[in-house]
Design a protein around this ligand. Sequence first.
Ligand code: GLU
Length: 426
Amino acid sequence: MSTRLPSYLNAADPGPWAMFLQQLDRVEPHLGELARWTDTLRRPKRTMVVDVPVRMDDGRIEHFEGFRVQHNLSRGPGKGGLRYHPAVNLSEVMALSGWMTIKNAAVNLPYGGAKGGVRVDPAQLSRGELERLTRRYTSELSSIIGAERDIPAPDVGTNEQVMAWMVDTYAINHGSIETGVVTGKPISMGGSLGRRDATGRGCFVVAREAMRRLGMQVAGSRVTVQGFGNVGNAAARVFHDEGARVVAIQDVHGTLVNEAGIDPHALLRHLREGGGGWADFPGATLVLADQFWSIPCDVMVPAALEGQITLANVSNIRARLIVEGANGPTTPEAEDILHAQGCTVLPDVLANAGGVTVSYFEWVQNATSFFWTEQDIHAKLDRVLSEAFDSIWRIAQDKRVNLRTATFITACSRVLEARALRGLYP
Ligand code: GLU
């Protein structure tokens, strides 16, 4: 049995939550009268830390730390993903939940912000262990989640299968099935067409809109992508299909480059169907990880984890546009330097909002039991994100602020207006 302290008792590392607080400090001067409510966003509304004991295949009982943070519920039920990763801790889940509040309000979805996580490396667990962990975690959370309370979805390390176990566990505990309790479900269980690729597709939509305003062409542009998971691989495919040249893809397995362009469909086929490895992909050359940052490109899509673009590598970056597919990939200090270098940053809270937008479509389809076509979903996603981008772009121009601050102004104004109208109880 481990005698190490739970990660949330280690207060030494302020982590990503400190970054979120810094972003709030930057927006506060722009909020006028509503600024008196900003402290609401500096503390999560509800934080749940649960012990998740799991019977392992060898008979041992292992304890995992589980979290769910409902950062703000002023505009509707909590909404945000569930992450399985060995680095998950309370600071990270708090920050991710805060970013969900901002993201959902920025694209005007009728949700508050929430996020969950379990400190576990899912690759080290058998399928049975993963199922038991998911079911126990869901059960521990069952008093605070629900289609009208708080709706989890996939994030790093979780997928449609994890969502299916969550629906089933919640249904057994409640004696009736409520498909809208999570989104990102398999299609056969009430999932939505277009959800799987929605985050990556959304990255492309906002990038296309930004490129139009910056006088850049999508066709022939050079794109680099960090992360080849759900977000990175979809973003790479859509950019490629729209005529861009994906010149580098980096994942934990290595960094692939090809100046003539990597075909992400071929890479996926090679990895999934061909059973090939990252290093023996014939369509690109493997280079050292650090080189990724200095590859000349028009668009860089960091779609892995937070804290990737830092003071240590920012001066090597030569992209004109950064599209944050991941949550929190750029530190505030590095972002200032990017702007000084003439690089535009499309912030996570806008750039990766496509996933939760199609989650919202899924939730609406579940509530009405009427399902839409994929074409319909693509068109609606495109409209929601293009309109959000347009109004945020205008705010950035009018107030002479960067796009992150403009997105925070839009979102915080919506959240705090609802907060002020609801008032305090009692
Ligand atoms: N995990 C995704 C995000 O960070 C999607 C959340 C959702 O669909 O609720 O935006």
